[in-house]
Design a protein around this ligand. Structure first.
Ligand SMILES: Cc1cc2nc3c(=O)[nH]c(=O)nc-3n(C[C@H](O)[C@H](O)[C@H](O)COP(=O)(O)O)c2cc1C
Length: 165
């Protein structure tokens, strides 16, 4: 049965769900580098270590990521709003960014909160998106609090109180 829920109301509801911000990167068959800002990144499984990212079918980068064997996920830290905005634009490029080559020659951004190098295990159709499911092959964590996205704004956790667990 088709849902009768108005899609805009789901989008509005999800604005109340705080997320981190990731930039995913890959290289296409000609070696051209691609990047996209995504807050749909999620942990899926620990054994084996699987993560997912959902990409809009309309994005120019979607076929590239769907065809790639590997990609990297960069969890941004506070102060990296410029990187989030840069890779949320069509034709984003890597000009002036420090880039290393990672697993499978995927471009890696330096100096982020967390970096995960991933090998795609499946590409799952999911409505107007596709879900990339991938195994994590390398992880690196750096200093700093992650950048948070909530109600269409970037937030800094360090501005809020910390509570002991
Ligand atoms: C905070 C934020 C989070 C985003 N998260 C996603 C996401 O999870 N999936 C997605 O497909 N697009 C997401 N976008 C939109 C894309 O980053 C943007 O539309 C894309 O880079 C355009 O790519 P294209 O040039 O390949 O069409 C997000 C944008 C912002 C600002």
């Amino acid at each position: 049965m088709m849902s009768t829920v108005y899609p805009g109301s789901v989008r509005d509801a999800m604005e109340h769900w705080p997320t981190g911000i990731a930039v995913i990167t890959t290289a296409d068959q000609s070696g051209w580098w691609w990047g996209c800002t995504a807050d749909s990144f999620a942990a899926v499984s620990m054994r084996p270590p699987l993560v997912s990212v959902c990409l809009d079918r309309e994005h120019e980068c979607r076929p590239v990521f769907a065809a790639a064997d590997s990609f990297a996920v960069h969890v941004l830290r506070e102060g990296q709003e410029d990187l989030a905005n840069r890779f949320a634009c069509r034709d984003a490029d890597f000009t002036d960014l420090a880039v290393e080559r990672g697993y499978d020659d995927v471009p890696l951004l330096c100096d982020v909160a967390v970096r995960l190098e991933c090998r795609t295990t499946s590409v799952v159709p999911a409505g107007d998106h596709v879900m990339l499911l991938a195994e994590v092959v390398r992880v690196r964590t750096g200093p700093g609090d992650p950048l948070v996205y909530l109600q269409r704004h970037f937030r800094h956790l360090s501005r809020y109180d910390r509570f002991a667990a």
